[in-house]
Design a protein around this ligand. Structure first.
Ligand SMILES: Nc1ncnc2c1ncn2[C@@H]1O[C@H](COP(=O)(O)OP(=O)(O)OP(=O)(O)O)[C@@H](O)[C@H]1O
Length: 888
């Protein structure tokens, strides 16, 4: 307890917003703001003599909003940068730093000097933020003479307000004071007896009453209750011990009354509670007994609740009639009867479906929608523009039968996330239905209920899950549905996507029409070709090509890294991935059109960093006793669970730990060595193409696969045989035909030109030719390999290597005419990813280059070809291998 203390002339001031610390009271606070942390550091933590600080109430938190707010338990903090005389209870802080004027804050002009009993310092990781937790004991009142500042916090010239011992002795002789003391003691005893009843305190509070002078007891008792700020202030301002005692008696008495009232209420509530608890228990027991006896009265309850649920489902009248018929049937059945369960499950579905329950669609704000799209996705300007147009039409005509958007592009280019951005822009719920690998029409339309284990189709099931009839429904991977004997899912989708028909969509399981016209459908596909034309016709295709290195870099820096760090509970204060390293990840560890694998690699880096963080302590906490807890009275009050709770103070904190606590964690910066350690040795490099074409018979083609544009190597070799053609690799029919055409063309050409070497060694007639597509796992179809095949064969027969930096695309006719192919943009982007420098294109594909970003085009030499000879001219160093013969 506070003995008489000698106050210094000046104290550092810690403001408490809406809270008063009275002498003899204890409080534990957490300091987080700059000024309060600095104050703790300089006045308490770093000083050997552990100075006192002044606690000053601040009248209203609202008035101090511009200040650093701090502290738990309503404490606030502020700093000023100049001296100012105290006028009334207002401290004018404007012109702080000589900068922007700030608000006038209302500081009380009386406070309480306090000393720290326990101080602990925490350094949060990974941010490195320092906080202090301090236990303060109020000592004695003072008044403020003049404010000034010390760094970011305030100090004040003060004068003590407590009476001297002689003055106090005199007051204690005063009969009025004696009467007041008796009165206070009586009330306090009464309160203590109530508290004793609730929790035995071993008479410790009585010790307080016996040992402390009454004017101090008054503060201590009042500090222990919840009181308004004004009451606390008036207690602080009661300098006269008599006034203080009478105020304290009044407050203690009021507290006593409120405890009594609270007790009464609790008794009442307890009675009621135990009654309802008893009822609950009995019901539970009853249920268990019934279950044991096989008594099924509960089922009747269940059916009643099912009926209620059905009534609330707002089904259309025809469906309602149908459902009632089914319910009547169910009611007549015994639960053990076959069909009971399936009928019940069916009715549950009818009751759960959102027949008319639409999610609230917010008023569409095009600007906000655009911001949302920009915020979720980098680039994709054209796509975003088209989406905004689509939304604009919906805004003007909400019931418009607009086209169904279908995003087509390689994996990981943001198709799914664009669709979900549309949903959030419209404020609608979002549901994704995956159609990948769906072969059975029943997956879309459901099974008829006559089948065992029949279920509704994915659409109806999705609507049940999402619970509203107007979600944005994403039909993902619509190109991956395929038909077999079990029907054609694509034709079922025709009905779904046709605005005229989907008003009454017929799910076989449901067996009643469901109105899908409020659903906004968006589809995604990797390729357009497999989508059946009638289905494609109902959709508006928006192509999303792959990203360039530069775009990937921007996406990674602006979107993926922040997201990945967040997902792993990290921040840039702990892990930093510099741009150069992201570039290396893009070039050496990924070679995809989208950014999914890039995101995975970044996540791997984040995981490794997370392990490092988790291995370290989350927070280095160093704490120490400032003043020993010697007073038995303090221990008594702590044991009573007073306002503050005491911390366990670690013993033997070493100097090392203390200095460590001052150090903030430095972020982990990813470098090349770390990349190799975590992601392994580089998987790709720009020399891959050069290494592959180092021997005759190999050429580099650009093809289109499910993963977007790809670079494809074609290898040709010949062995003794009968002039047959062998093809290996996962090849479609069209490509097999292309190989046949290529071989025929080369044979006729060589024969026409009477190429000496080839004819003499009878390379063409007497030997089998074997063409292999090495990336065996990647299925190849489509026509765009004729040109590449011929180049490989010519390289083989002429024993000359194709230029390592050159890739080609295009189909050819038997007569050697080079035909255009599709997906030029993706193919060119693939060449860019592989570090290829020259691309040979059919002449008529030249116009398609407008779609290719200029940044990519500038890194490539584009060569066009009309005839196969043009290709060969570009493909070999020194031109076509048989140029001399052509001239003959
Ligand atoms: N332009 C972009 N800006 C920001 N993030 C992007 C962008 N493009 C893709 N992403 C991110 O890449 C990840 C993969 O995207 P998403 O799942 O939408 O790909 P997808 O095209 O639907 O692939 P799939 O065809 O395999 O379904 C997501 O986390 C997405 O946010």
């Amino acid at each position: 307890m506070a003995e008489s203390v000698e106050l210094p002339g000046r104290l550092a001031i810690l403001p408490f917003s809406n809270k008063v610390l009275l002498p003899g009271a204890f409080i534990r606070i957490r300091c987080t703001s700059l000024s309060s942390v600095k104050l703790m550091e300089q006045e308490l933590w770093q000083r050997e003599d552990r100075g006192l600080i002044g606690i000053l109430p601040v009248r209203d938190a609202a008035e101090t909003t511009s200040m650093d707010s701090m502290l738990s338990q309503g404490a606030g903090s502020e700093s000023g940068e100049r001296s100012s005389k105290v006028q009334g209870s207002t401290f004018d802080t404007h012109n702080v730093d000589g900068k922007i004027p700030r608000e006038v804050i209302h500081w009380h002009n009386r406070g309480v000097a306090a000393r720290a009993l326990h101080l602990s310092r925490e350094v949060e990781k990974p941010s490195g933020t320092v906080t202090y937790v301090v236990v303060l004991e109020g000592l004695c009142r003072f008044s403020i003479e003049e404010f000034s500042t010390r760094g970011p916090y305030c100090t004040a010239k003060i004068s003590p307000l407590e009476m001297t011992k002689a003055e106090m002795d005199q007051v204690e002789q005063d009969p009025e004071f004696v009467t007041l003391s008796r009165q206070f003691k009586a009330t306090a005893m009464e309160l203590i007896s109530i508290l004793e009843r609730k929790q035995t305190t071993g008479g410790r509070i009585n010790v307080l009453l016996e040992t402390l002078p009454f004017h101090k007891l008054a503060d201590i008792f009042v500090a222990s209750f919840e009181m308004s700020f004004e009451e606390q202030l008036s207690m602080l301002d009661s300098l006269d011990p008599k006034a203080r005692l009478s105020k304290a008696t009044e407050l203690v008495d009021r507290h006593l009354q409120s405890i009594r009232v609270a007790e009464k209420i609790t008794q009442k509530v307890e009675g009621q509670l135990s009654k309802s608890q008893k009822e609950y228990l009995l019901r539970q027991q009853m249920r268990a007994i019934k279950e044991e006896l096989g008594d099924n009265e509960d089922d009747e309850d269940d059916l009643a609740s099912l009926e209620r649920k059905m009534q609330n489902a707002r089904m259309p009248s025809n469906v309602w009639k149908h459902a009632q018929r089914e319910l009547r049937r169910l009611k007549k059945m015994q639960p053990q009867q076959p069909g009971y369960n399936s009928s019940r499950v069916y009715l549950e579905l009818l009751a759960d479906l959102p027949w008319r329950k639409a999610g609230e669609e917010q008023e569409l704000d095009l600007k906000a929608a655009k911001d949302q799209l920009d915020c979720d996705h980098y680039g994709l300007m054209k796509v975003k523009q088209r989406i905004i147009e689509y939304l604009a039409v919906r805004k003007l005509k909400p019931d418009a039968r607009g086209p169904i958007l279908c995003f087509v592009g390689p994996p990981g280019v943001g198709k799914t996330s664009l669709a979900s951005s549309i949903a959030s822009a419209l404020g609608r719920k979002f549901i994704r239905i995956s159609l990948g690998g769906v072969k059975d029409e029943a997956d879309i339309r459901g099974h008829r209920r006559t089948y065992i284990g029949s279920m509704p189709g994915r659409l109806i099931d999705g609507l049940k899950r999402v619970g509203v009839c107007n979600p944005v429904m994403l039909l993902d991977e619509i190109d991956k549905t395929c038909s077999d004997v079990r029907g054609d899912p694509a034709s079922a989708l025709l009905e779904v996507l046709d605005p005229e028909q989907n008003k009454s969509f017929n799910d076989h399981y449901l067996n009643v029409p469901f109105d899908l016209s409020d659903v906004i459908f968006v589809a995604t596909a990797n390729r357009m070709q497999p989508i059946p034309p009638p289905l494609l016709d109902r959709m508006e295709v928006i192509e999303l090509p792959g990203y360039t290195h530069e775009e990937k870099l921007r996406i990674a820096m602006q979107y993926l890294i922040p997201r990945v760090l967040d997902q792993h509970g990290l921040s840039s204060a702990f892990l930093q991935i510099p741009e150069d390293m992201v570039k290396l990840v893009i070039q050496r560890y990924t070679r995809e059109a989208g950014v999914r694998s890039l995101e995975r690699k970044l996540a791997a880096l984040a995981r490794a960093a997370a392990v490092r963080v988790a291995e370290q302590e989350q927070a280095v906490s160093v704490s120490r006793d400032v003043h020993k807890l010697t007073s038995p009275l303090l221990e008594n009050r702590l044991a009573e669970g007073a306002e503050m709770e005491m911390e366990v103070i670690p013993m033997g904190v070493s100097n090392y730990e203390i200095s460590n606590a001052f150090r903030t964690a430095s972020p982990l910066v990813v470098d090349e060595a770390m990349l190799e350690k975590i992601l392994g040795p580089p998987r790709f490099d720009d020399r891959e193409a050069a290494d592959c074409v180092a021997t005759p018979g190999v050429s580099v083609g650009l093809v289109w696969t499910n993963f977007g544009g790809e670079v494809q190597f074609v290898e040709a070799t010949s062995v003794v045989g009968n002039g047959e053609l062998h093809l290996t690799g996962q090849l479609g029919d069209v490509i097999k035909e292309s190989a046949q055409i290529a071989l025929t063309w080369v044979r006729t050409r060589v024969a026409d030109l009477k190429l000496a070497a080839a004819v003499e060694t009878n390379l063409l007639q007497g030997r089998d030719v074997h063409i292999h597509f090495p990336a065996g796992a990647v299925p190849k179809d489509g026509p765009s390999a004729g040109v590449t095949l011929v180049t490989a064969l010519v390289s083989l027969f002429s024993e000359r290597c194709v230029r390592a930096d050159t890739a080609m695309t295009g189909e050819m006719t038997l007569r050697g005419l080079v035909l255009p192919v599709g997906g030029i943009k993706d193919k060119v982007l693939a060449a860019h990813r592989y570090g290829i420098k020259r691309v040979i294109l059919p002449e008529r594909n030249f116009k398609d280059l407008v779609e290719v970003p200029a940044a990519v085009l500038s890194t490539l030499e584009i060569l066009v070809a009309k005839r196969m000879e043009d290709v060969l001219e570009h493909a070999f160093d020194g031109g076509c291998p048989w140029r001399q013969h052509s001239k003959l």
